[in-house]
Design a protein around this ligand. Structure first.
Ligand SMILES: Nc1nc2c(ncn2[C@@H]2O[C@H](COP(=O)(O)OP(=O)(O)OP(=O)(O)O)[C@@H](O)[C@H]2O)c(=O)[nH]1
Ligand SMILES: [Mg+2]
Length: 416
């Protein structure tokens, strides 16, 4: 294996130089920007220095190239046999001069076709190297924000297929495009409107902020900002009857907001309570925090949740600080509850939410609400691409473009 260092005025020129000098076996390892030319430091220009290596061993053709070569062979055979058939038919009719003229024409067409196919086989599959500095920079920024490796690979693939070597020089535009792709990968839950009453159930692991979020939501739907007139008739049901202080926690919120709170501890109880609240616009159900590993208790709780009726909308609360492996696990363990969307809590506690975006994208789960603090009711927002993307660090974000591209979906009032 031999190493080389080449300087040029642009990436494209460097690439061309390397391909001419060392052929297709050359592999690029590193690019850096340098100052070139000039005299005593004057009239210098910006250029690039590319380091790489090439091996003397023959490089195996890529599977795609093999496939293209096979296609070429197949096409060659097909065309040549067409010429042969043409020849035979014509000779039988003894139209010799006309035949040879037409055969020549056909042969010319065949050769043209072969030339075209050959050019397509010789075209490189991807001209942009995976280790181009702009790509490496984007990879580093995404990894810093905790995006998962498969998510980062997808973004890199898209950059390589969408940007030319020249276009990659404009890092700002590349970053803007990446921000757009990230935004597109976030699904926001559609506003939900159901026949009265809406039953809104919040499940999730311990301490993730379920009770606080229920209080925020109840305030949002049931109380106007000045606290005087009621917007909707709201009720709260909790099934957290066991832990000391848990019932009191939600009852205190209920008392402050003037919202009735009741406690149930069985499926039958839940059915009864839901029936009693038929006149309400929306019923919020707070559940017991369970670690996703507590299978049997989760099963029992699911029975109680099912008693809320088939129209109940179940949301899963997930803290923005959850690590990737735990995220996968809890999305899976809470699946039996049939949750339709995710509430991302504690956004104020981290800026590295790339893993949450990656995993929710992979699992195709939409986000209904976001919470970013302990204050009730202030620290609650409807799911918003803009809010999530702005949390990311080290990415240049054009805020105006972002909000134009991803307007916030108004969830509105339950019966609005
Ligand atoms: N920083 C921050 N803290 C929050 C947020 N939401 C809730 N908390 C806090 O997290 C702690 C737990 O909140 P709870 O609402 O009791 O959580 P829970 O999921 O009901 O907990 P369990 O019922 O015990 O499973 C409390 O101290 C809340 O004030 C948030 O968005 N950001
Ligand atoms: Mg709770």
């Amino acid at each position: 294996m031999e190493y080389f260092v080449e300087q040029a005025t642009s990436h494209r020129e460097a690439e061309h130089k390397i391909r001419t000098k060392y052929g297709d076996k050359a592999r690029i390892m590193h690019h850096r920007t340098i100052r070139m030319g000039g005299f005593l430091g004057l009239f210098q220009r910006e250029g690039v220095e590319v380091t790489g290596y090439f091996s003397h061993e023959p490089i195996k053709p890529r599977p795609e190239a093999i496939r293209r070569a096979a296609d070429l062979e197949e096409e060659k055979r097909r065309l040549l046999s067409a010429v042969k058939t043409d020849k035979t038919e014509k000779s039988e009719q003894s139209e010799k001069s006309e035949k040879s003229e037409k055969a020549d024409k056909t042969m010319e067409m065949v050769l043209d076709e072969l030339r075209r196919l050959r050019e397509s086989v010789e075209q490189p599959v991807a001209t942009v190297p995976a280790d181009h500095p702009t790509i490496v920079h984007v990879e580093e920024v995404l990894a810093f924000n905790d995006f998962t490796p498969p998510y980062i690979d997808d973004i890199v693939r898209r950059i390589r297929s969408e940007f030319s070597m020249d276009a990659l020089e404009d890092v700002e535009t590349v970053e803007e495009r990446v921000v757009e792709w990230i935004g597109e990968s976030i699904r926001i839950a559609e506003p939900i409107r159901q026949p009265r009453p809406d039953v809104f159930v919040l499940v999730g692991p311990t301490g993730v902020g379920k009770t606080t979020t229920i209080a925020k939501l109840a305030a949002h739907y049931g109380v106007t900002t000045n606290g005087s007139t009621r917007r909707n008739e709201v009720r709260i049901i909790t099934i957290d009857n066991y832990r000391i202080g848990a019932k009191e926690q939600i009852e205190t919120y209920g008392t402050i907001m003037g919202i009735p709170v009741s406690c149930v501890d069985s499926a039958a109880d839940m059915k009864k309570q839901i029936a009693l609240y038929q006149d309400a616009d929306v019923i919020f159900v707070d559940t017991i925090g369970k670690s996703p590993r507590q299978f049997s208790q989760l099963g029992e709780m699911n029975e109680v949740v099912r008693a809320c009726g088939s129209n109940a909308q179940v949301h899963l609360a997930v803290s923005a600080t959850t690590k990737t492996s735990d995220l996968y696990e809890l999305l899976r363990q809470f699946e039996p509850f049939g949750y339709r969307s995710i509430i991302v809590t504690k956004l104020d506690e981290t800026t590295r939410i790339g893993n949450v975006i990656s995993v929710l994208h992979e699992k195709q789960k939409p986000i209904s609400y976001l919470t970013d603090g302990q204050r009730v009711p202030e620290n609650l927002a409807v799911g918003s691409v803009e809010r999530l993307v702005l949390t990311l660090e080290r990415l240049r974000i054009n805020r105006r473009r972002l909000s134009e591209r991803f307007p916030i979906l108004e969830h509105g009032d339950v019966n609005g």
